[in-house]
Design a protein around this ligand. Structure first.
Ligand code: FES
Length: 575
């Protein structure tokens, strides 16, 4: 058995002068590679989440080919491999049930193969965070490319933003404002090309946030999926990852506390998705960077929302790209972020954004004339209803409901609510607070995006378009409304949400960060003592393991045994 020592990780496979080395090289040579590809050059894995079941990631095979061009050109050896694809639009009950599975899969794939560096190709909501979590637990030099948004949707000359306008128009169909035929006509106009949702939903948010973390090349996030510049960027990323291996620029050198602080500030500046909160907490947990829910409030509160983007504003990702994208946002708030942070370019943020310009100040507003004032981003509320916190996206809420007291109308499951949402006799008024239980990480299971309960038809008929809604669920990044999410601990885990009853008064006070269930401590204790936890929804397989090990929302909803890193050790060889 060979005991040779190598400088490069892949040489522990390809550099061996024994039977094992023979087998590792020999079988790859059936692909026709020249023998010198095994000579110690950087071997670059390309983790590709392309799938026909995930239309948002449909362009990634072409991206992978462009990356390979760059890797070959820079003297590396690219090897593409498939990783689980998570399709927000098709997968049930929710892709969030599988984000940690993708993270676990990609971690093991990277570690168990002869790789020196990795390029991660993701796009739809959960693929970028899942890939990054897994890669962070290995910690090779790593670069991400998000596939990019679809071209803007248009219907009768008007923009149709994916997700966002589906919520609006589906409520208009229910209230009879538009016909079902019109609704169907919009469907064919809202997905004009390959790519992810072109609003500032979760996919676009995570693309911007990963660029702000410093793990994508500058400008990458906003390039539309079908734009030739996306493939140019992939080509350049291929060249760059080879250099990153040579410089030993590991992921942990980029993903430090400064990176997360920058990401949180950019999240606030773009009015990004609430889902970024759980993903950033989970990624930080993998690299051991201390980060908690309150950091989002503390770091985001002085940052103005400067991206006028749906769902909070009016523009779509094509305009955001044309205006300058993330480098322009970073430049506009340069005095609020760490510009000395080192990114995958090997350069600082300051150097990366030097040439950025703001080409459209209506889309990316100047920081001193912001689209929305500081404090309109994601806010953390706490109190007797959410001892470990809950979040609300202020920019997507109705200002008048941010301080509100109302009586609870409680539903144990989203399905229970949907059955009666159109009932004209539903006991609701505009002041009612809709409360949804059993929709957190353990509860559903999988922490689905059902927190923005559709408005009751009775309210829509009265012209009421928003109400306070509170749950332990998540909400689509494309959705809007006065929606309190991620209540922690969740009801299924015995959080106070479990004990709310119809008619209880609830106080939401966003300016003072409060969320209280206004019943006496004695009454709360009595209900708690009588509470019977719901039966777990799965008795076998992944779902059972997930329910038993998933952490609460305020910790990032990772599996408890996946938090942290095992590093890039070379597993023992079997040949
Ligand atoms: Fe995939 Fe929105 S459904 S990005």
């Amino acid at each position: 058995m060979s005991e040779e020592k190598f400088d490069r990780r892949s040489q522990y496979w390809f550099g061996l002068k024994d039977k094992g080395g023979y087998i590792h090289r020999e079988r790859l040579r059936n692909q026709g590679y020249a023998p010198d590809v095994f000579d110690g050059r950087p071997v670059i894995g390309i983790a590709n989440t392309w799938s026909e079941l995930n239309p948002c990631n449909g362009s990634l095979n072409d991206v992978a080919e462009a990356v390979k061009r760059g890797v070959w050109e820079a003297g590396g050896f690219p090897l593409e491999f498939p990783a689980m694809s998570l399709s927000e639009s098709l997968q049930r009950p929710t892709t969030m049930l599988y984000r940690n599975m993708l993270a676990m899969e990609v971690e093991e794939l990277i570690r168990s193969h002869p790789l020196d560096g990795v390029v991660l190709l993701g796009n739809c909501d959960k693929t970028p965070p899942g890939l990054l979590m897994g890669a962070a637990s290995v910690d090779l030099p790593t670069l991400m490319i998000t596939g990019g948004p679809m071209l803007n949707g248009r219907y009768q000359g008007q923009p149709v933003g994916s997700g966002t306008l589906v919520w609006k128009y589906s409520e208009q169909v229910r209230s009879g404002k538009i016909s079902f035929e019109e609704f169907m006509a919009m469907e064919s106009c809202s997905a004009r090309s390959q790519g992810s949702c072109m609003t500032m939903g979760t996919a676009s948010t995570m693309a911007c946030v990963t660029e702000a973390l410093g793990v994508q090349l500058p400008g990458a996030a906003a390039i539309p999926a079908v734009d030739s510049r996306k493939f140019t960027l992939a080509h350049l990323s291929g060249r760059r990852i080879v250099k990153m291996v040579e410089e030993d620029l590991k992921l942990s050198k980029v993903l430090n506390r400064k990176a997360f602080e920058n990401a949180i500030k950019i999240l606030a500046a773009i009015g990004g998705s609430t889902n970024a909160v759980v993903h950033l907490l989970a990624i930080a947990g993998r690299v051991g960077v201390p980060l908690n829910l309150d950091d989002f409030d503390k770091l985001g509160k002085d940052v103005p929302v400067i991206a006028n983007m749906m769902p909070s504003g009016k523009f779509l990702m094509e305009e955001f790209f044309d205006a300058g994208g993330v480098p322009t946002v970073m430049k506009e708030i340069a005095n609020l972020i760490h510009t000395d942070h080192i990114t995958v370019t090997g350069k600082t943020v300051k150097e990366n954004i030097e040439g950025a310009e703001n080409w459209n100040k209506e889309v990316i507003t100047p920081a001193n004339k912001p689209f929305q004032a500081a404090g309109a981003g994601i806010v953390v509320v706490r109190g007797s209803l959410a001892p470990d916190g809950a979040i609300i996206k202020v920019s997507a809420a109705s200002p008048k409901l941010l301080t509100h007291k109302g009586k609870a109308l409680v539903f144990n499951e989203i399905e229970e609510y949907l059955k009666v949402a159109d009932d004209p006799n539903l006991p609701v008024t505009p002041e009612t607070i809709l409360v949804l239980k059993n929709s957190g990480p353990k509860g559903y299971p999988g922490f689905p995006e059902v927190g923005n309960l559709p408005m009751p038809k009775k309210m829509l008929d009265q012209g009421v378009t928003d109400m306070v809604r509170i749950s332990d669920a998540r909400m689509s990044g494309t959705a809007y409304g006065t929606v309190v999410l991620h209540v922690s601990p969740e009801s299924t885990a015995g959080g106070p949400l479990a004990f709310v009853e119809n008619g209880d008064e609830i106080e939401l006070d966003v300016p003072n960060r409060k969320l209280n269930l206004l019943i006496s401590p004695e009454e709360l204790a009595k209900r708690k003592a009588a509470w019977v936890p719901p039966k777990p929804k799965a008795e076998r397989g992944w779902s059972k393991m997930y329910i038993e090990h998933v952490q609460q929302a305020h910790l990032g909803a990772d599996l408890d045994f996946l938090v942290g890193s095992s590093g890039d050790y070379v597993p023992r060889h079997s040949h």
